[in-house]
Design a protein around this ligand. Structure first.
Ligand SMILES: NC(=O)c1ccc[n+]([C@@H]2O[C@H](COP(=O)([O-])OP(=O)(O)OC[C@H]3O[C@@H](n4cnc5c(N)ncnc54)[C@H](OP(=O)(O)O)[C@@H]3O)[C@@H](O)[C@H]2O)c1
Length: 351
């Protein structure tokens, strides 16, 4: 990387993924050369980020598309870590990057967060699929239907790369686990909890026992948050140091994966922990009945993800030197402390 300052922007700084990526950027060996600007909803957190962490902050929501566009326009590198499904937001970011390219000739770098939910099937918890997606298999990646989750954004992003006004990298985390830690979490700025495990644990708190979709035979790949954060940094380093050294555009899909779990094994472990802690149930998960998920999370849609196979291999990340170390064993070992932390938070929040 040259010694000139690098304009880096990030959305989702107050979130689980974005907060973890920002934390890692603040500790990057070249951090002194970064000019980091974040886009956040909370004016209070923006102030804390500026005063305690020396980053600039723009206060806005994704609905402020002009603001988001201007935010993107001033970025040589932008990490999009807030939302894998908000198409107008990514369109605003892409408009900003195109404007920058037109005005300056720079080809800005977009590192966007999608998800392996894009390859979910309709198993409904009833079978394990033999299909495993590899991010090195470009034809397989191209075969994902345009109607798949996250896909509309991913296609718009690849199109920007094909048109040549941005270089694009899409990270597709599988089920992320682990409680995020670090100064942004300690300062109350970023969310320490992921989505997949906390969601089903909170539903279990409400329903009095652990649930699952169908027979829990489906399988999800998984990745620890600290390993995943390293993948973003690997991509960032590759994209900024030697731009042709790593794949972008259609060759720029990077699954975040190290190992996988069958839903039944995960749900049983959670059920056993809940029983052991006296938080409900007999130690065995029971199948959700129709209407239950609507009662607890407002819709049945989540059952599509919970009951799906989402099996992938992070071959591309490994090919650029990413070395994730946590495995299924770490995921299962982390269930008890995570259930305890979620229960403590629920009591604190008075829910
Ligand atoms: N966690 C996983 O296992 C996983 C796996 C694959 C993909 N993903 C996807 O990755 C994305 C980020 O996930 P996460 O786990 O980091 O979630 P998270 O902790 O809930 O973080 C979401 C972040 O986006 C911000 N945000 C949301 N809507 C916004 C809006 N309208 N305007 C401005 N900021 C907004 C939030 O800001 P506030 O703090 O103001 O709410 C927060 O900073 C999600 O789309 C998720 O589906 C997650």
């Amino acid at each position: 990387m040259s010694t000139s300052r690098v304009a880096i922007s990030l959305t989702g700084a107050t979130g689980y993924i974005g907060g973890s990526v920002l934390t890692r950027l603040l500790h990057h060996p070249s951090a002194a050369t970064f000019d980091i600007t974040v886009f956040v909803r909370s004016a209070e957190k923006a102030k804390l980020l500026e005063e305690k962490f020396g980053v600039k902050a723009v206060v806005g929501t994704h609905a402020d598309s002009d603001k988001l566009e201007a935010f993107a326009e001033q970025s040589h590198v932008i990490f999009s870590c807030a939302d894998s499904d908000n198409l107008p937001a990514i369109q605003a970011i892409l408009r900003g990057l195109r404007k920058r390219h037109t005005a300056t000739g720079d080809v800005p770098i977009l590192i966007h967060t999608s998800g392996s939910g894009t390859v979910c099937d309709m198993a409904g918890g009833m079978f394990i699929s033999e299909t495993i997606y590899s991010d090195m298999n470009v034809d397989q990646i191209k075969s994902i239907p345009p109607t798949a989750p996250h896909r509309a954004l991913d296609l718009a992003i690849v199109d920007a790369d094909t048109q040549g006004y941005a270089r694009t990298y899409i990270v597709l985390p599988s089920a992320i686990y682990g409680i995020a830690s670090g100064p942004l979490v300690d300062a109350g700025i970023s969310n320490p909890f992921s989505i997949p495990i906390p969601v089903v644990v909170r539903i279990a708190f409400a329903r009095g026992e652990m649930g699952m979709v169908g027979a829990g035979k489906n399988s999800w790949s998984n990745v620890h948050i600290d390993d995943l954060t390293e993948l973003y940094i690997r991509i960032f380093d590759g994209a900024t140091k030697d731009k042709e050294s790593i794949g972008h555009g259609w060759e720029g899909f990077y699954f975040g994966e190290n190992d996988e779990h069958q839903s039944l094994e995960l749900c049983k472990t959670i059920a056993q922990v809940l029983a052991e802690l006296g938080l409900g149930g007999s130690g065995e998960p029971t199948t959700y009945i129709t209407g239950e998920l609507t009662k607890y999370v407002g819709s049945e849609d989540i059952s599509h993800f919970l009951g799906a196979n989402s099996r992938c291999r992070a071959d591309r990340g490994r090919s650029i030197g990413w070395k994730p170390s946590r495995t299924l064993e770490d995921l299962l070992k982390g269930i008890k402390p995570e259930v305890e932390a979620l229960w403590k938070k629920q009591l604190q929040d008075g829910a």
